[in-house]
Design a protein around this ligand. Structure first.
Ligand code: PLP
Length: 400
């Protein structure tokens, strides 16, 4: 016998994975250069050279037993010190190493935090569009999952839309900025308005409503856009961070949870997160990568390649008649589906080997997502295909 819910999750691939694997199969048939795969958010810029150098350094310089041994569950103090110092330099945030808990990426960070907050009848509220795994993480860890409808076309957060969805069972509101899939960055004004609402509602319901800031894309921001450090706006914030995207290390599994001392019940909350991580089999974050982050916590990615892709795609798609959400961060464009049915559009595009992910799974039908962590050449080659698919689709030739 096995758990039916676990089986369902394991047996059914996500729509994104389906598309990606379809693209791999098609590449073998029509050639890699004739498949325009915008499905998967796998970084396409290499990790900064300093990261690889740090790996070599720790391998050469450190005692092997120490390098590969278990660390404390919360992680090496040296690493947490380096992260705290970086956050304090950038945001003047007063972070201390004891408030950080190192984990294997943002996904386990979120699972630990949600599990720690799961109370009987507890609810998690997020804002559409959202990372589809949120619903799995919440529901499988004891929280009812609810989503505020998207704020179109700005993709910010309207407190008027959030307020009616908050109630005495709301344990936390989960936000993600820069956002997957919209690429929007929540402005300081948006975050301040949300903070004011949560403060007022927490007082009304008689317990803190935490804000969970899921921030794997914090460093991926373009132009003048600012990514405020949420705990400096709302003290009851828990940050889930990862180096998967910022240092292009998604397979290495390293990140952290930050529970600010000024958050309500911060010490108990930190202990509950550590306990929840333990329930999920966490022992410690990968030791070698802890040592690398201790040396690389202040590194920032060189975003020139992503920015070039972002501009090329934005300009090219707009010129073909597409409407695109304001793409200030991450490496996604969220595009209005011609005709309004993103599933139908995605199916039609697939026939031309153009792979785009419908927004339905992100809680935002009517849009599709493009990951522009691809080669610049793919973007150039794909633009005529985007034009053709749109024209034929709008002319009612759905069956391309
Ligand atoms: N949160 C969001 C919004 C993401 O897009 C992702 C990965 O794509 C994650 C969390 C998980 O990131 P990690 O690889 O650090 O577990």
């Amino acid at each position: 016998m096995y758990n039916a819910q676990a089986y369902a999750l394991g047996a059914n691939r996500s729509c994104i994975r389906e598309l990606f694997e379809y693209g791999c199969r098609q590449a073998a048939v029509v050639g890699r250069e004739n498949v325009y795969d915008f499905s998967l958010g796998n970084p396409s810029i290499p990790a900064p050279p300093e990261v690889n150098q740090a790996v070599r350094d720790v391998l050469e310089q450190m005692d092997s037993l120490q390098l590969h041994g278990y660390t404390t569950a919360a992680g090496d103090l040296e690493t947490r010190r380096a992260i705290a110092e970086d956050l304090n330099t950038r945001f003047d945030a007063g972070v201390s190493p004891q408030e950080l808990f190192l984990v294997s990426g943002a996904a386990p960070a979120l699972v630990s935090v949600l599990r720690a907050l799961a109370a009987p009848e507890g609810e998690l509220l997020t804002v559409a569009p959202y990372f589809p795994e949120y619903s799995v993480f919440a529901q499988e860890n004891g929280l009812r999952f609810r989503a505020v409808p998207p704020d179109l076309p700005a993709f910010q957060i309207r407190p008027e839309a959030v307020e009616p969805m908050l109630n005495v069972h709301t344990q936390a509101v989960l936000i993600n900025s820069p956002n997957n899939p919209s690429g929007a960055v929540y402005t300081r004004q948006t975050l301040q308005a949300l903070a004011a609402l949560l403060k007022r509602k927490s007082a009304q319901v008689g317990h803190p409503i935490y804000l969970i800031a899921d921030e794997p894309y914090r460093e991926l921001v373009y132009g003048e856009a600012e990514v405020p450090f949420v705990p400096t706006i709302y003290p009851n914030t828990i940050v889930c961070y990862s180096y998967s995207k910022s240092l292009s290390l998604p397979g290495e599994r390293i990140g952290y949870v930050y529970v600010p001392a000024q958050a309500a019940d911060s010490q108990a909350l930190y202990a509950a997160i550590a306990g929840a991580a333990r329930m999920c089999g966490h022992v410690c974050a990968p030791s070698l990568w802890q040592k690398v982050i201790a040396r690389c916590a202040s590194l920032r990615p060189d975003l020139a390649a992503y920015d070039r892709n972002r501009r090329a795609l934005l300009e090219g798609l707009t010129a073909c008649g597409y409407t695109v959400a304001p793409p200030d961060g991450a490496f996604y464009l969220f595009v209005k589906a011609p005709g309004g049915d993103a599933e139908a559009f995605s199916q039609a595009a697939k026939k031309k080997n153009l792979l785009v992910v419908p927004g339905d799974g992100f809680g935002c039908p009517g849009y599709f997502r493009l990951c522009y962590c691809v080669s610049y050449e793919q973007i150039q080659r794909s633009l005529p295909v985007f034009r053709e698919v749109r024209e034929k689709f709008c002319a009612g030739e759905g069956n391309l």
